[in-house]
Write a protein that binds this ligand. Sequence first.
Ligand code: CA
Ligand code: CA
Length: 606
Amino acid sequence: MSRMRFIFALLILTWFSQGASASATGAPPTASTDRWWDSAVFYEIWPRSFLDTDGDGIGDFRGIETQLPYLKSLGVNAIWLTPIFNSPSYHGYDFTDFFQVQPDFGTQRDLSRLLQAAHTQGFHVIADMVINHVSNRHPWFQKSEQLQSPYADYFAWKSQAEIESVGWSQPWAAPGQSTWRNVWHVSEARLARHRQLYPSMAERDRPVYYYGVFGGSQPDLNFENPLVLGDIHAASRYWLEQGFDGFRLDAARYIFEDVTPVGVIQADSPRTIKFWQDFGRFVKGVNPDAYLVAEIWQTDEKIAQYYGAGGGLDAAFDFSFGNELVLGLAGKFIDQDKGPIFSVLPKPASLGGSIAATIHARSSSSAPGSFFASFLSNHDQLRISKQLGDDPGLLRVAASVLLTMPGTPYIYYGEEIGMRQPTFPDPADFYDDIFKRPPMLWSNGPNAGFTSGPQVWVDDAKWVPWRPHHQPWWQDFLQSIRQADAATSVDIQAAEPSSLFNYYRKLIAIRQARPELRANDKGSLEFLPGNGVVAMYRRVDQSGHSSIVVINPTAESHEVALGQNGCLFDLLSDVSVSCDTVVVAPYQTMILAVGGQSLPVTPCNN
Ligand SMILES: [Ca+2]
Ligand SMILES: [Ca+2]
């Protein structure tokens, strides 16, 4: 009890009450106490960039299968594959077929082999499911343009007269910065067909505009039409039966557009939130252990609506977490022009303040802590190494926070080696998403060991038709990063005990061994006074497990009074430390085990 004299809890947050409230609503489908994703560490793979095994310069299913032992050695146990269904774009977020795989990645059989191998090696695998919209080259859309039954109403078609009276705009644009023409697009093919069929109709009344919130090449599906829902259910069932363990739900905020007497709700509409609850029930009916994680690029409070008092989705990405972390570490946040919520974030004075802001936002929402999936960056964001200026100390601190926080963590491929992204003189290049998705750096050999072929896909101008002057950049990028630092590849870092890669390995192993560090709805997080250092008490009361996590995000050593008696064992450095006070070196993290398992006894070193 004496330690209580020393602990001045700045903030004590538990998730017991919220976790319990889920069962009060009656038999939520996800109420199981040992859900596999509570102890998952996810790894996001951009398949086109992971590993090429046939020399065509494009990553493939066999490449991922080949690298499962690598992922095993890193310690992750779940994989998110960004889109793998047939699509005309390099990114794949616009399907032309919900049942066929992208042929660039291999065959359906290759995918089955990959899933089987992954399951055998203990991984769960989720697929990116994009159902708000499809490609304008999808046969459904082309038939809809021709008013062909039953596809005529697979998309939201309206006339100019219907659209103009409502006040449509791009939902993420600042007020007055967009018009209905940003989201309603005319189909010349449908217009021609319509004139044929109904020659006397007024032009303003012809329903030849289709809704596409992400642009004309990605028409939104019309979920008012039950046939559309039937097709989406069939595809979801098919892929669950093929072995996927769940889905990452793209653009989940935009399913239904609700026209109300006071205006149109184009994102997070009540019907969209209800849609996902129904979809969750459908998916659990096919596989009760399937997991659904949604992309809802919003504040935690808004994200939490999708939890639906336990009857909604299993998880949603916590976009604030990465933003707050970068703010706390770099002191500035690179606005990616993704909407006003990013420009009004308060800037906390310290990393501790940033983490506290995230935890506070989660705990004051209507969803439990386990609902929020933490990540540093993803395929839509500047790589964390870019945001932190390639600072090796800050990259370690970011990893420490990610892997000691509650909420299922996601690692974007390459983050574990501090993978960088190129910078070019043209400011527009800075934001082009393709530079966030370069081939993985496996070795310091030719093409970084990504392909045995002569070219990598990012150099092929056909994938980036919006870049008329696209020049090959991959070789220059490799050369520039190696001039700056030879330790840029997996091979080099795996062999170097003090590398970032081995730091990630160790953090993941500790997280997996210590339930209090995962501690979703059953644990607590308590901040201790730290003088610029983040000190967090993490516990799971039932098991008696607890750890004190001490993270020094600064370039100076700090002494921290923890008020513990005797020695505690630092799981990261494998030494015992005297815990009246500890001295943490610049950018050092300590994970100090407090009971719960037998630990090696070494002499206290300070
Ligand atoms: Ca290939
Ligand atoms: Ca929609």
